[in-house]
Each structure stands twice: as structure tokens, then as C-alpha cells.
Design a protein around this ligand. Structure first.
Ligand code: HEC
Length: 121
């Protein structure tokens, strides 16, 4: 557990530049998009990775380094089910990561008329 925490912290502190270097160069966004659905990520994180308060955090436009993203699948922090490499390879996770990075950030709730009409300020 201690080793996991140190590895995670090291991964997080490497920052985005180092993360891009670790990501395989030929990440395939279309394949990532496919797997985000077929591997069930969307069920908890939303079809566009926007997240939901009760099921899973936002992943679209994630600022996590690739290493930390991968680590969450292999050894989830809390309630997310684990995904072993024989279920989803590192290369496929890199494709899912690239797909999430390609998406715009979630819009601010204040910019959505439907929500402001419901009293979101
Ligand atoms: C059953 C619901 C569920 C499914 C399916 C699921 N997740 Fe998660 N995910 C979560 C929850 C809940 C968290 C919050 C941390 C935890 O509980 O481990 C999380 C956290 C994450 C995080 C960390 C986000 C952050 O900013 O800290 C990543 C990355 C992630 N999930 C990726 C994925 C990917 C990729 C898939 C599909 C292969 C997936 N998840 C499938 C529920 C799910």
C-alpha cells in the first residue's frame, strides 16, 4: 500500500509534460471512444465522461497524468471496479485516455439554461 501511494504521488508530481512522454505515441482516439462504451466506463462516468455526483467523477479533459489514469484502473482508489491488463491492455487505456483528453471540459452549470432555471446560481 505504501509503495502504491509513493508511486501514485510520483506519477502525479511528474506533471502533464512527462505524462505525454509516457503515453504511447500512436494513441488512437477512435479506438478509445469505442472502448469507453464497450468496456463500460460510460456507465459511471457518463457517455462523454462528464461524470455524475453519485457514480463517478468527470474524466473528460482530464488533467491526470497518464500514469495516474492507468493506476486508477489497475488499483482503484476506492469504489471503482479494477480492470486488469488482460481485460484492458495499457495500449487500450492509452487510447481511452487520449479520447478523454480530446474532449472539451464540462460546461459551467451557470451556462446551462435548464439548470439555471432550476435555481443553480
Ligand atoms: C461501477 C462504476 C465505474 C465504472 C464502470 C468505471 N469507473 Fe472509473 N471511477 C468510478 C468511481 C466511483 C471513481 C472514484 C474513485 C474510486 O472510487 O475508485 C472513479 C475514478 C476514475 C478515475 C480517476 C479520476 C480522477 O480524476 O481522480 C479514472 C481515471 C477512471 N475512473 C477511469 C475509468 C475508466 C477508463 C473506466 C472504464 C474502463 C472506468 N473508470 C469505469 C466508477 C467507475
Amino acid at each position: 500500500m505504501k509503495i502504491f501511494a509513493i508511486t501514485l504521488l510520483a506519477g502525479l508530481s511528474l506533471g502533464a509534460g512527462a505524462a505525454l512522454a509516457q503515453q504511447p505515441a500512436a494513441a488512437n482516439i477512435e479506438n478509445g471512444k469505442k472502448h469507453f462504451t464497450t468496456d463500460g466506463c460510460y456507465q459511471c462516468h457518463g457517455t462523454l465522461g462528464n461524470g455524475a455526483a453519485i457514480s463517478g467523477p468527470r474524466l473528460s479533459n482530464t488533467e491526470l497524468p497518464f500514469e495516474a489514469f492507468l493506476m486508477q484502473l489497475r488499483q482503484p482508489a476506492n469504489e471503482m471496479p479494477p480492470y486488469e491488463a488482460k481485460i484492458i491492455s495499457d495500449a487500450t487505456v492509452a487510447d481511452i485516455y487520449a479520447y478523454m483528453k480530446s474532449l472539451p471540459p464540462s460546461p459551467d452549470a451557470k451556462s446551462l439554461p435548464l439548470l439555471t432555471g432550476m435555481g443553480v446560481k
